[in-house]
Every structure is written in structure tokens, then in C-alpha cells.
Design a protein around this ligand. Structure first.
Ligand code: FES
Ligand code: FE
Length: 403
């Protein structure tokens, strides 16, 4: 795993050696449950087969709402970011009225990639670097060499292909589907399912928080291993010593954090959600007393994790790039006044950075084994992991959809 920091305070922890590359697996049905306590996982080839990954690109990442960009990263009109969603490159920008817009990053002339940088800023328009077709920030074709001599060309019809966009939690969520699924059901519904209501999440006012730190992790593992890892705490006592010091109930390995509305309580004597349990920052305005000294985790399938603690929010966005490589961008979000004060964030950031490194190392250790003959039929889930079976059913149901 490699990590990349944007300017900030926490030092990266050492990465691990590269795992062996995954290989395509073979076809095999899920194993029968060998014991009532255990249920079968997906077979190994679900994590290594490029064909399955292509289906996931089609039926999951390109079909559902995908959390792409923090809105504040596009502060001014003309700022843009490019993101990979499934097999498509998408450019997200802010138009002259300050509204976010997203387009397939493809020139309508002969298909050149329009924006080649990951991020940048233009004054008024996006110009293709090939033959200079030029589009305004709403995607309309506004100029091209000799365009005036082609009066019949409909400039809207040859505009950039728009992508559906919703803003939520201060992020731009995009959907490539012609008919997107209900955002309320599939995205906001995940928070309701976890917390019991959306008001409990709204109180953190994530939209108004500011980015204190971003770390990008390049994880050599299939995206589903990362989701499964986030969904269970059976591993917490083994690999997360700092986290279980702060949240002692995680040391039991039960998935208590997944009971509706339950937040894991800080340990006695713990002052804040920091790497050494020292004090964090003031409680975010609007939180209820019962949300204080608690940690809540939400999985928004397919690629987002939201972590709520009293003084900040940590949000992970995954970008699955291949069957054995996933880039994870993790944002630490604080009250703007905390950042304005110039206070040291390092102990606050370091706790979840260590958790991330510990988790992603575990995923990278698991990935090469997915192509082993020992894992052809898959592995097993213990009772505290049984809810991961629901995730596996969700994946296989999505893949069996007819397109
Ligand atoms: Fe973009 Fe020709 S491909 S202008
Ligand atoms: Fe973990």
C-alpha cells in the first residue's frame, strides 16, 4: 500500500511489501455452511476474476450513486476534478453561476479525453487538447475551428454528455445510469438503516465542516475485501490496539456497532477520539448529549464509509480501479473554527490513519490468497460477521440483474 498526503500534520506509517499479483480464479459455487455457526463467503474468484470486476463496473459502480468529489474541492467557477467511475472518466466542474456540473470526460468530436489532469482550473470553458473543440461550463459546444462555416451544427446536441449529480454531506454524488435509483432509498437510506433516522446524521452538519486532512491510500486489494473489513469488528482486538483503547467494546469482537442507533462508547478516562485518548476538540454544535462520547459507523454501498465522532467526521471514498487495486481517499472533516484556530490535528488524525493502515494491510494480506486452491470454495463467516452475508447477497443480486 502506498499513501499520499495532502499538506497536513500526520506522518504516514510505513507501508507493506507488495503482495503477489492476484490471478483469475475458477468457477465454483459458494461452499455449503459447514456448521450452523458458520456461513459461507463468496468464492475466491469473486475477488480475482477480471470478468466479475467488469460486471461490477457495469452493474454496481456505473449504475448506482457514486460519491465522487468534495464540493469544497471545487471552490470557484472553472475549477474541475476528474474521477474514475467504473470504466468511465468523469469531469466535475462548477459553472459560472456556482453550480456543480458533471460530464463524461470525452470530447464529442472524435472522442479525445477532454481533461487529462486530476484537477485544475479553467477560466470559462473546457477546451479539447486535440482539435480545440471548446465547451462552456454547462457542457454546450461554444467554439471549434471553422464552426461558423458549419451553420447546421446543433451546438447543444454536440455538447458534453451530462452525468446526474446530487450534493449530500458536502460531496458531489454522481450516477451514470440513464435512470438513477432513488437517492433517498439507496444513499440516505443507508444512514437511516444504521442510525434509525437521518436527523442523527444531519446534526453533525457534515456539509458545513472543513477539510482538515486528506490521505489517499493505494490498496492492492479488491474493493469488496475493504467493505467486508469495514463491516465487522471481529478483527479489532487483533489489529487495532489504539482503537480498542478508545472504544473498549470493540475489543469484544461483536458487531454491536451495527445495532440500529447504537454508537460505541468511549472508554472511561478517554478524553477524545485521538490516538492516545487525549482531548480532541469541542463537541460539534447541535449534537445531542447521547451522541457525545460515541462513535458511529455507516456503510453506504458500494464505496463510502462515514465515521461520526463528537468533534469530527471521517469519510472514506473508494475508487475501485481493478479486481486487485482500490484507491481510497479518506477525509478528516472539522468545524471551520477548529481549523481556523491553527490547532494541532495530528493526534486526532493519527487514530483513524493507523486504523486505515492496519485495515488495508489486512486486506492486502488477504488478496493474494483469493486465487489459492485453498480458497476456491471461499471461507466462512462467524456469527458476528453474518451481516457480511447480506453484502454478499447484495453483490450477487446486482450481478445477476439483466441489463
Ligand atoms: Fe476533441 Fe477533436 S477529439 S477536438
Ligand atoms: Fe478495522
Amino acid at each position: 500500500m502506498t499513501t499520499q498526503h495532502i499538506p497536513g500534520t500526520a506522518a504516514p506509517l510505513p507501508g507493506t511489501a507488495d503482495p503477489l499479483p492476484g490471478t483469475a480464479g475458477h468457477t465454483g459455487a459458494p461452499a455449503q455452511a459447514p456448521d450452523p455457526s458458520l456461513i459461507a463467503t463468496l468464492p475466491g474468484h469473486f475477488y480475482t476474476d477480471p470478468g466479475i470486476f467488469r460486471q461490477e463496473q457495469d452493474r454496481i459502480f456505473e449504475s448506482l450513486w457514486f460519491c465522487a468529489v468534495r464540493c469544497d474541492d471545487l471552490a470557484k467557477p472553472g475549477a474541475f476534478r476528474t474521477v474514475q467511475i467504473g470504466r468511465e472518466s468523469v469531469v466535475v466542474t462548477r459553472n459560472r453561476h456556482g453550480e456543480l456540473r458533471a460530464f463524461l470526460n470525452i470530447c464529442r468530436h472524435r472522442g479525445a479525453r477532454l481533461c487529462v489532469e486530476a484537477a485544475g482550473e479553467v477560466r470559462r470553458s473546457l477546451q479539447c487538447p486535440y482539435h480545440a473543440w471548446t465547451y462552456d461550463l454547462d457542457g454546450k459546444l461554444i467554439a471549434a475551428p471553422n464552426l461558423t462555416s458549419m451553420a447546421d451544427v446543433d451546438r447543444r446536441a454536440y455538447g458534453l454528455r451530462p452525468v446526474q449529480l446530487r450534493e449530500w454531506l458536502g460531496y458531489a454524488w454522481l450516477c451514470l445510469a440513464d435512470e438513477p435509483p432513488s437517492f433517498e432509498d439507496t444513499v440516505i437510506g443507508a444512514a437511516v438503516e444504521r442510525l434509525g433516522d437521518v436527523a442523527s446524521l444531519d446534526r453533525y452538519r457534515t456539509t458545513d465542516l472543513a477539510l482538515g486532512k486528506r490521505i489517499t491510500y493505494d490498496v492492492k486489494a479488491n474493493w469488496k475485501l475493504i467493505v467486508e473489513n469495514f463491516m465487522e469488528c471481529y478483527h479489532c482486538a487483533t489489529i487495532h490496539p489504539e482503537l480498542t483503547d478508545v472504544l473498549p467494546e470493540f475489543a469484544d469482537g461483536f458487531a454491536a456497532q451495527y445495532f440500529v442507533g447504537h454508537g460505541a462508547a468511549f472508554g472511561e478516562g478517554v478524553k477524545g477520539f485521538t490516538v492516545d485518548g487525549s482531548a480532541g476538540f469541542g463537541r460539534l454544535d447541535g449534537l445531542l448529549d447521547e451522541q457525545d462520547r460515541r462513535y458511529y459507523a455507516i456503510t453506504v454501498k458500494p464505496t463510502v464509509f462515514v465515521n461520526l465522532v463528537p468533534d469530527h467526521v471521517i469519510l472514506h471514498r473508494m475508487f475501485p480501479l481493478s479486481e486487485d487495486r482500490t484507491v481510497v481517499e479518506c477525509d478528516w472533516l472539522y468545524a471551520p473554527e477548529v481549523l481556523a484556530s491553527g490547532v494541532d490535528l495530528s493526534r486526532s488524525v493519527e487514530l483513524f490513519h493507523r486504523v486505515n493502515v492496519q485495515d488495508f494491510e489486512a486486506c492486502e494480506r488477504t488478496q493474494p490468497a483469493m486465487s489459492s486452491r485453498a480458497y476456491r470454495q471461499g471461507g466462512v463467516l462467524v456469527p458476528s460477521e453474518h451481516h457480511i452475508g447480506g453484502f454478499h447477497r447484495w453483490v450477487t443480486e446486482r450481478l445477476s440483474l439483466t441489463s
